[in-house]
Design a protein around this ligand. Structure first.
Ligand SMILES: [Zn+2]
Length: 147
């Protein structure tokens, strides 16, 4: 790489960095509770619609409450507790009643795999783990009382 190419590369790198900073300062609010979803990145959950647009929530709890409220459909995803990776809700275990607190208080903690769910239940004094299909309005309301 010659000198001017090197300089170009540096300028381009700076531009990318600037852009990243500018974008990250943009506030994305949870459609359910209004908090900035990026203030607690490890809890972000959301919905990808069929047209590819996305909606992000501060936590699985807000996502599911909102889903029941508006009857939304689409591909729901959560941030897995251990890996911090985005995962589809199907096949995840959600631990209720543990000592881990989310942005909204009592949390539904998404854990991938039966073994990890059992480990989490044991390590964090969880009450039980449920699947996505078992997350009902009643369950969400019982969380509210507990927090
Ligand atoms: Zn929220």
């Amino acid at each position: 790489m010659n000198r001017s190419a090197g300089r170009m590369f540096l300028v381009a790198t700076c531009l990318v960095a600037l852009l990243a900073v500018a974008c990250s300062s943009e506030v994305e609010r949870c459609p359910k509770c209004g908090m900035d979803v990026r203030s607690a990145p490890r809890w972000i959950a959301g919905l990808t619609r069929d047209d590819g647009t996305e909606l992000s929530f501060c936590s699985p709890r807000c996502l599911f409450a909102w889903r029941h409220q508006v009857g939304a459909e689409g591909n729901f995803w959560v941030t897995e507790y251990y890996s911090q990776q985005r995962r589809p809700v199907e096949g995840m275990h959600f631990v209720v009643g543990s000592d881990v607190v989310g942005p909204m208080g009592a949390a539904l903690v998404p854990v991938e795999g039966k073994e990890a769910a059992e480990r989490f239940l044991h390590d964090h004094d969880g009450e039980r783990s449920v699947e996505f299909s078992e997350i009902t309005v009643e369950l969400l309301q019982s969380l509210k009382k507990g927090s």
